[in-house]
Write a protein that binds this ligand. Sequence first.
Ligand code: ATP
Ligand code: MG
Length: 353
Amino acid sequence: MTTRPRILTGDTPTGPLHLGHYVGSVRRRVELQDTYDCYFIVANMHAYTTRADKPAEIRTHALEIVRDYLAMGIDPARSTIFLQTEVPAIAELTYFFAMLLPFNRVMRNPTLKDEIQVKGLGETYCFGFPLYAVGQTADILAFRAHAVPVGEDQIPHIELTREVARRFNQMYCGVSDQADDDDHESLGGVFAVPRADVGAVGRLVGTDGVNKMSKSLNNAIFITDTPKQVKKKLGKLYTGRQSPTEPGDTSNALFDYVRTFIPDADRVRELETAYATGADIGDGHIKVEVAEAISALLAPMQERRARYEGDDDAILDILRDGCRRANECAEETLALAKKAAHLHFFDRSLSYR
Ligand code: ATP
Ligand code: MG
């Protein structure tokens, strides 16, 4: 294992990856591959929190997400891509960390509350649904990660993770409750207190113009979308503007897209000025320009992705190797945590075929 600082982040296989994932988290991961020891989790158990009745779909999405990673520039030679369910230390730590968190503290998490509302889970969600927030603390801490590249919605989860790390280190490793977060490891804590590393665009709005772009909300532009599909989806983006000569509001969703995807800063400023003054520029025209910029971004990704199309064995090889590396790290963490908490009785090792 290297001595570089570690990052852990990942995605739930509830569907294919979209532009929100790219600008919110994956682009940052690609940048960090050479300076951090990178672990990317396909959180397939978490997908069961809302889709336990669709196991085959979750499995397919898990493999597709790896294809999306490769398409977006994650390099399995430099980064470890793995499946949550093949790293048992994560499940063990989840159970353990659940003892360190008051029940009400977990339920107060605003991201959970939002998800319950936006996904219409009502009162019927399973016990495992709120447990996933605890599970996510284990995903991160199993790798003793220092940073977590994520979108804005994940900040409450990272805060929960920081609390677990502090509590564990204080309770079992003799770290003072006055200690600075950055000093926990050097003071003998098993866990670093990890920080959220939010991408340049922390929350990309969906093509509904209202909600966060999300796999589950039918408002996403996927990495695999053709230029025609991109154009069609953007065409539906509602701005409320009536005519090309009506001064427009450049804080609307369409202009979030302009600023995020049109690479030429001068052109962005030009469009902003024209729009704000109602200088005869229609929403439709801007949408076409944004759609072209997005398709230009996606074209090389789709080309890379095509190399892995239909070849599940190649994806499984990457995952097998990733799971092996992930377990090396997570098993070491688990042993350290169990020793600290007086739960270590025997040594063990895992292997994959
Ligand atoms: P689901 O609807 O199943 O929750 P999701 O689209 O919200 O799916 P997640 O798997 O929950 O995706 O998120 C994976 C990562 O991508 C997280 O770091 C999250 O913050 C980031 N992310 C997801 N959607 C966006 C978005 N619209 N803008 C910025 N970041 C995003
Ligand atoms: Mg989500």
